[in-house]
Design a protein around this ligand. Structure first.
Ligand code: PGA
Length: 245
């Protein structure tokens, strides 16, 4: 089963989110798992609309404590009560703009697992790191530090998002993304077991469009897509969700 995850980032007010969901609901015709990650403020109004559908709710971030004096943060319990099932962790914009480091990402990932939320761990190398031949090293490091202290690698999704491909209209090639996903799986196999690693979905993200989505989804090693700007337009998102294969 492949995943199509929409990351709306800081886009859409409540009204706009509601209008979007109403437009796509009758048009989504796929057995894929569809996950919408709206801004926090939009989760509450759209949650009831998604209840009897096969569209799941995700959040774009979470804090690692359940409650307390953490101004501006949202806890796993708050998300669970709103029927959120998935949480993006370590998105590159949070790493670069909000200065999230690997330790914080590890704390957030573990908090998700503790509270039965499925983390979608985002990892990816910069263009320079790729040119210098450091991509494997960077990805391994991001992966292993984020997963530190997690015993059972269950209920985790990885999203490979090369930073240079995000919002750039220059996606990776499906062939490269497939190879990288295979590499990620080999790292997971070493830190758990091949059988466990095989079950972890590894998505691709970075300038996915209705046009290029099929060539990524065709690849056996790509278990789905994390879609940014093209998930904001109902027509484009429906096309990506429904596309063959
Ligand atoms: P993009 O963003 O599809 O706009 O490149 C992807 C992401 O940031 O998750």
């Amino acid at each position: 089963m492949k995943y199509i995850v929409a990351n709306w980032k800081m886009h859409k007010t409540q009204k706009q989110s509601l209008a979007f969901v109403k437009q796509i609901l009758p048009r989504i015709k796929t057995k894929r798992t569809i996950v919408l990650c709206p801004p926090y403020t939009d989760i509450c109004p759209i949650a009831p609309l998604l209840k009897k559908t096969n569209i799941r709710l995700g959040a774009q971030d979470v804090f690692y404590e359940t409650r307390g004096a953490f101004t501006g943060e949202i806890s796993p319990l708050m998300l669970k009560e709103l029927n959120v099932k998935y949480v993006l962790i370590g998105h590159s914009e949070r790493r670069s703009i909000l200065h999230e480091n690997n330790r914080l990402i590890n704390q957030k990932l573990r908090a998700c697992l503790k509270h039965s939320l499925t983390p979608i761990l985002c990892i990816g190398e910069t263009g320079l790191q790729r040119r210098l031949g450091q991509a494997s090293h960077v990805l391994r490091n991001q992966l292993l530090t984020a997963l530190k202290g997690t015993h059972k690698l269950k209920n985790i999704i990885i999203a490979y998002e090369p930073l240079w491909a995000i919002g750039s209209h220059t996606p990776d090639t499906p062939e490269n993304a497939e190879k990288t996903n295979e590499f990620i799986r080999s790292v997971l196999a070493k830190s758990s077991s091949a059988a466990t690693a095989k079950k972890i979905p590894i998505l691709y993200g970075g300038s996915v469009t209705p046009r290029n989505a099929p060539s990524f989804l065709k690849k056996a090693a790509i278990d789905g897509l994390l879609v940014g700007h093209e998930s904001l337009l109902p027509g484009h998102f429906v096309k990506i969700a429904n596309c063959a294969p």
